[in-house]
Design a protein around this ligand. Structure first.
Ligand code: FEO
Length: 392
């Protein structure tokens, strides 16, 4: 496919990334709308490439660079993060960029050399928050943002053009022809995709995120160039900053209940429906045999209340419920939530206790436990009514 003509996305900056229209699974996260691997070329006498792309798009990256400049003119390759979707092309690219030095932080260099030992052949320049990269006409400053998304993650900031290169930060998994949110028709959809990305990728990074936002808050930013999906400029920047600020402070939580259940004989499903009917707040219902983990994480992301239901099978919670609990726990999605557990059993009353044990270190508070033998009865209905009188 011929490449689109070269695209300027900020003063002196060309987009040289790739659009992955087909990817549907991204380390377990279902990317229904594909994604992009955005890389950028900063034109200076010292031409600088900022991030690369997934390995399978290596040649496309090279072709886009050569549309803008000669490969020999590239002096630096800044790596903001070592994960393969941004670094996969690096070994190939470095064989062609004869005059380039890799610029990154110490942890990222260690990760890159573990992932690609052949990079040992090339020069590295180690930077950190207090060591900018000085080019002929621009300066690049660095902001370490550990765990956004790996310990090696950092932002690059060019004060000469008020542009932040945020790598995974502020990204979304969307494949589209547009580069900025103001070019797409449905901005709310982009924000939703950013929340899904945050819920499924960045859950454990709330504390470092606040530090990153505090540091970024002192910068003059006209453009945020992300490594995934669309980027942000002018007034839309505040939208992105507000979303992350709410998340960093756990203020994204709403008076909303996400109900997750796995029902084998129908009684757990019926209990989920009774809980939904009794709830005075908005409910989002997820049958785990239908809804995937990605959608479950998005639902839990802004829910103050989480309800989980499972039957006891083989003297334990069902594997489907356990897997979902573990996924949400890993993403810190029980933190500060109020949790309702419900379960049915035939002869061993175990599911609710198993769920309680599994989430015991997840930062949530169990506020109701509902368990019954064989069939829902009036006692169960009364308990839901009574418990909810106290909860709401
Ligand atoms: Fe987009 Fe953490 O890689």
């Amino acid at each position: 496919m011929p490449l689109a003509s070269k695209e300027i996305v900020a003063p002196d900056v060309f987009w040289v990334g790739s659009i992955d229209w087909s990817v549907r699974v991204f380390h377990g996260y279902h990317t229904d709308e594909g994604t992009s691997y955005n890389a950028y070329l900063l034109m200076d006498e010292d031409v600088t490439l900022i991030d690369t792309v997934k390995q399978s798009f290596s040649q496309e990256l090279i072709e886009r660079i050569t549309q803008v400049t000669s490969l020999d003119s590239v002096k630096y390759v800044i790596m903001n993060h070592a994960e393969n979707d941004h670094s996969g092309a690096l070994p190939y690219v470095m064989t062609l960029l004869k005059n380039a030095t890799i610029v990154t932080n110490k942890i990222c260099m260690e990760h890159l050399l573990l992932l690609y030992p052949e990079l040992n052949l090339y020069p590295f320049k180690i930077v950190n928050n207090s060591t900018p990269l000085v080019l002929k006409s621009h300066t690049i400053q660095f902001l370490q943002v550990p765990m956004l998304h790996w310990p090696d993650s950092m932002f690059s900031y060019c004060p000469d053009i008020n542009t932040l290169f945020s790598n995974d930060g502020f990204g979304q998994h969307i494949a589209c022809s547009e580069r900025f949110i103001d070019q797409v028709p449905l901005q709310d959809h982009v924000l939703r995709q950013m929340r899904e990305y945050t819920a499924n990728i960045l859950g454990p990074c709330q504390v470092p995120l606040q530090t990153a936002l505090d540091n970024a808050g002192s910068l003059q930013i006209d453009t945020i160039l992300t490594a995934h999906g669309v980027s942000w400029r002018d007034s839309s920047i505040q939208l992105a900053l507000n979303e992350y600020s709410l998340f960093a402070q756990n203020k994204q939580l709403k008076k909303k209940m996400s109900i997750f259940f796995h029902s084998i004989r129908g009684t757990v499903k019926r209990t989920a429906e009774l809980i939904a009917q009794a709830s005075p707040i908005q409910v989002s219902m997820h049958d785990l045999t239908i809804d995937d983990l990605t959608k479950c994480a998005l639902s839990a992301y802004d829910s103050e209340y989480i309800a989980f239901g499972s039957p006891t099978i083989y003297s334990q919670v069902t594997p489907l419920v356990e897997a979902t609990l573990q996924y949400l726990l890993g993403l810190h999605l029980f933190k500060n939530r109020k949790v309702i557990l419900f379960g049915a059993f035939s002869w061993v009353d175990k599911a609710v206790q198993d769920m309680k044990r599994l989430i015991s270190n997840g930062g949530g508070t169990v506020i109701s436990e509902i368990s019954f033998k064989m069939q829902i009865n009036e006692r169960v209905k009364d308990q839901i009514t009574e418990d909810f009188k106290h909860i709401f």
